[in-house]
Design a protein around this ligand. Structure first.
Ligand SMILES: Cc1cc2nc3c(=O)[nH]c(=O)nc-3n(C[C@H](O)[C@H](O)[C@H](O)COP(=O)(O)OP(=O)(O)OC[C@H]3O[C@@H](n4cnc5c(N)ncnc54)[C@H](O)[C@@H]3O)c2cc1C
Length: 414
């Protein structure tokens, strides 16, 4: 694969960009692979990438029913942070955040990582206590975050009204190296690198069944026929319950739509990411100038990947007191994705009752930020049967009562 570099871009500019290779191949499926990953979202592609890069396993297919990155990975609001409360969460999210720092160089693909800083606003006494606790926990975990007073919040975000009548801003949890990245580019960068290693990315190929013999996985039924494998990774986010059912086990997961919207593009006015969890809304400004606004999950289970007007109204109404300027913006588009939410708001990265079959799901409303760390740990779990990064996130925690309660960090946040 031709490397992207300033020289390559200059050379191609002189020959009307006719010399570029396709970013990834579109191969016919083989009869069998060493490992199959179902789901070409960020987590599935990152898993395949680290299987190849860290363990030399390249006889891999990533099977995707739609187009790669077309699930939640291409629908999220791209917030990256690692200020979680519990040690196992801080470890995997901080691993991910630190990998994001060098991911463009590693993949030779500009993922536009922008560590512009993330503030989580405290607008109630309860949030002050919760976020101060997280800041102390983060110090012990080696994750750089700090509690900041309202004056500093106002300095960082001049467009904010910190004296709102209902919910004045009482301070915030600040992570200076949190930020955003271009979501599609993360999927595309991993896909290109996987394809370059000889892996097959099979788009428009739906998995319809999982085959097994003597309790061991043997392959998958797909819309393009049976494909065999020795190891299987299920990485399908909101559809995980369906695919787990095909493999013969149930998951403690609910699937709910989560929505977001963007405004018309405006001049640069906010260069950090702000999350306001009490009123529930969060906002950042994209490189194009649009205000990217995220809301909450629908209050009912569902599988529709659409936005809805009542949600849009609720989210904007919640934010307008803290950001009065958005009242004058036109909204450009809104959409939804199906997120997979667990009871303790932490992901599942686990082996399963079916031998050779592993599952990575439950990232809920906040898995974009975790993609590199999740892929790193899940690849290790699939290759070696154990990973220190994923050890606490097993399915057995639900039967053993070892919950990793992240409802403050992740219950409604992203
Ligand atoms: C509106 C919204 C905003 C969000 N904001 C943030 C945020 O700011 N920060 C953050 O960290 N996270 C955020 N998230 C969450 C984040 O997007 C997800 O946790 C993450 O993208 C999940 O990635 P994934 O690879 O597991 O799943 P996906 O990207 O959904 O990929 C799963 C893939 O599996 C495929 N698939 C499903 N069933 C089958 C089948 N039977 N056969 C073959 N393929 C199948 C799907 O087509 C899909 O492409 C947000 C999510 C949404 C919806």
């Amino acid at each position: 694969m031709k490397r992207y570099s300033v020289f390559a871009v200059a050379k191609e500019a002189f020959r009307q960009h006719k010399g570029w290779d396709r970013a990834w191949a579109n191969p016919e499926p083989k009869k069998e692979y060493e490992a199959i990953i179902i789901g070409a979202g960020g987590h599935g592609l990152a898993t395949a990438y680290y299987l190849g890069k860290n363990f030399g396993i390249t006889n891999v297919a990533v099977i995707e029913k739609g187009w790669l990155g077309g699930g939640n990975t291409g629908r999220n609001t791209t917030i990256i942070r690692s200020n979680y409360l519990q040690d196992p969460s801080a470890a995997i999210y901080e691993k991910a955040r630190s990998l994001y720092e060098g991911l463009s160089q590693d993949l030779n693909y500009n993922i536009m990582f922008s560590p512009r800083g993330v503030i989580m606003l405290a607008q109630t006494q309860h949030e002050i206590r919760g976020y101060k606790r997280t800041a102390y926990a983060n110090q012990l975990q080696g994750v750089k975050t700090e509690w900041i007073e309202p004056k500093r919040v106002k300095e960082l975000v001049p467009i904010m009204n910190i004296e709102g009548p209902r919910y004045p801003v009482l301070g915030g949890l600040w992570q200076a190296r949190g930020g955003t990245a271009r979501h599609d580019a993360v999927a595309w960068g991993y896909a290109r690198a996987c394809s370059d290693m000889g892996m097959h990315i099979l788009q428009k190929t739906e998995v319809t069944g999982v085959t097994q013999e003597n309790g061991q996985v043997t392959g998958v039924e797909t819309s393009r026929g049976h494909i065999g494998c020795k190891k299987l990774g299920i990485v399908v986010a909101g559809h995980c319950s369906h695919v787990a059912e095909m493999a013969g086990f149930r998951l403690p997961v609910e699937s709910v739509p989560l929505q977001a919207l963007v405004s018309e593009p405006i001049k640069p006015c906010m260069d950090v990411v702000v999350m306001a969890n009490t009123v529930h809304g969060y906002m950042s400004q994209s490189d194009k100038g649009e205000m990217v606004i995220g809301g909450g999950t629908d209050s009912f289970n569902g599988y529709h990947q659409r936005g809805s007007f009542h949600h849009l109204e609720e989210t904007v109404r919640a934010l307008v007191e803290t950001f009065p300027m958005i009242a004058r913006l036109k909204m450009l588009r809104h959409w939804g994705g199906i997120v997979d939410v667990t009871g303790d708001r932490s992901p599942i990265l686990s082996d399963t009752p079916l031998g050779g079959c592993f599952i990575n799901c439950g990232w809920g409303t906040g898995g974009f930020k975790a993609i590199p760390g999740s892929g790193w740990g899940f690849a290790e779990l699939m290759a070696k049967g154990y990973s220190p990064l994923t050890a606490d996130f097993g399915l057995n925690r639900f039967t053993e009562g070892r919950f990793i309660d992240e409802s403050v960090a992740a219950g409604v946040a992203h």
